[in-house]
Design a protein around this ligand. Structure first.
Ligand code: MG
Length: 159
């Protein structure tokens, strides 16, 4: 069995009156992510972790934000495509762990829905998908509510 690990990190700026979509779940809030896609910072970090595990580059390489094809795209579509790319290389995904850093709103009520959405896209059980959330104690761009960041770690394997 060959194991590989991947790490992903993404940041989006927040703007007033925009949709806030995290982990495929729309969350009611006064601000949302400024982005070419739907701005799902969590799914973008997970995509980069999966691509990184297989050394296949990053989502900017596969889905350029200059392309009209990806304007406003549901990031779950990108995640499904990324999973297909690593599966083509003979890998399966073992599990995902991730963290969103955001000061407001409270994300806990939405965490299980995010896990379900991600698990559906990736073809894993919900038990294999971890989503955590933290504030940054009002420090930095997340704490000042200027932006949101997400990190993810993914284990993939080939038998
Ligand atoms: Mg992004």
């Amino acid at each position: 069995m060959m194991f590989r690990i991947g790490h992903g990190y993404d940041v989006h700026a927040l703007g007033e009156g925009l949709r806030l979509v995290l982990g495929g779940v729309e969350i009611p809030h006064i601000k949302g992510c400024i982005a070419h896609s739907d701005g799902d910072v969590l799914i973008h970090a997970i995509c980069d972790a999966i691509l990184g595990a297989a050394a296949l580059g990053d989502i900017g390489k596969h889905f350029p934000d200059t392309s009209a094809e990806f304007k406003g795209i549901d990031s779950r579509v990108l995640l499904r495509r990324v999973v297909a790319l690593v599966e083509q290389k003979g890998y399966k995904i073992s599990n995902i762990d991730s963290t969103i850093a955001m000061q407001r709103p409270k994300l806990r009520p939405h965490i299980d829905s995010m896990r379900e959405q991600i698990a559906l896209c990736v073809g894993l059980s919900v038990e294999s998908v971890s989503v955590k959330a933290t504030t940054t104690e009002h420090l930095g761009f997340e704490g000042e509510e200027l932006g949101v960041s997400a990190t993810a770690v993914v284990l993939i394997y080939k038998e």
